[in-house]
Write a protein that binds this ligand. Structure first.
Ligand code: GUN
Length: 281
């Protein structure tokens, strides 16, 4: 029988443990505070930001929201981030992606103080991850590793495929799996032998953003499948990057969409916020 990896349950357990850490910090007069910057009015981003703030608030993390118009200039946005960098109450800063096209995303990410970079997207933190040095790790990569742990999978010595090379998920997850001693293949839209590489892998992480792109018959029997993708289909339902109905027939363990990676990513955001606040001691 395939194991359906319950991300909601894992996230609830993790948030419960984090709530105690928040209390300890608050007893020491430190109120962990996350600033969330949302530019424009992308409806999906608005929902993500709302869910992130709700989870943080539920365990005692303070959140500050800056909603900025899509027409904001690059320099105005950088000035806003600089204010948050120098605000001593703020321990963690999240700029929700994607940003409007006229904004230089790399410039914005690099403007966040590395010591408040809760997403781990700043070049300094990316460099730290690459080198295996301590630093803030991207929340989704942390979630993937936590879900593998919850499924009882140790990546060491396994063949893992990460589908998608984005800065938010694919690249940091491939690096995390490499540091956990998996043999990692990072595939992307230009890869020629996708089906063959997936079928050789005992760990499959899908983060390409195309609904049901990974077909069930590609999955190696018994493999662990972590599906990061979430797309709303025209009929209103949500679909992952993996054809779940077909893949579950072959996988040993698989995350559902929704209720898999998403809730755990949010718990990791809370964890990173608390870790950054804790550095004040
Ligand atoms: N957009 C999609 N995923 C993320 C994320 O993990 N962090 C931020 N800041 N934006 C995102």
């Amino acid at each position: 029988m395939v194991q359906i990896i319950d991300g909601k349950q894992l996230a609830a357990a993790r948030l419960g443990a984090l709530q105690i850490e928040v209390k300890t910090l608050r007893d020491r007069k430190i109120v962990p505070t996350l600033a969330v910057v949302l530019v424009g009015d992308d409806p999906a981003s608005a929902i993500y930001v709302r869910n992130k703030q709700a989870a943080c608030k539920s365990i005692g993390i303070e959140t500050i929201e800056a909603r900025l118009p899509a027409t904001i200039t690059g320099p105005s946005l950088l000035a806003r981030i600089d204010k948050l960098n120098s605000d001593d109450r703020v321990h963690a800063i999240l700029v929700q992606l994607p940003l409007p096209n006229h904004i230089d995303r790399q410039g914005v990410v690099a403007a966040i103080s590395p010591s408040k970079d809760v997403d781990g997207f700043h070049p300094e933190n990316v460099g730290r991850l690459t080198l295996g040095l301590p630093g803030t790790r991207p929340c989704t990569a942390l979630a993937v590793m936590a879900l593998l742990g919850a499924a009882g999978v140790d990546p060491a010595g396994e063949r893992a495929v990460v589908i998608g090379r984005g800065q938010v998920v694919g690249m940091p997850t491939a690096l995390s799996l490499t540091h956990a001693n998996a043999t990692v293949t990072l595939v992307h839209s230009r890869t020629r032998e996708l089906a063959e590489i997936v079928s050789e892998s005992t760990i499959v992480v899908a983060a390409i953003g195309k609904p049901r792109y990974v077909r069930g018959e590609w999955i190696r029997p018994g493999a662990t499948v972590i599906d990061v993708g979430i797309t709303r289909l025209p009929d209103g339902t949500l679909a992952g990057d993996v054809d779940f109905a077909a893949a579950r027939e072959r996988a040993g363990a698989i995350t559902p969409v929704p209720g898999g990676v998403g809730p755990v990513t949010i718990a990791m955001l809370a964890q990173n916020t608390i870790a950054l606040a804790g550095r004040q001691i």
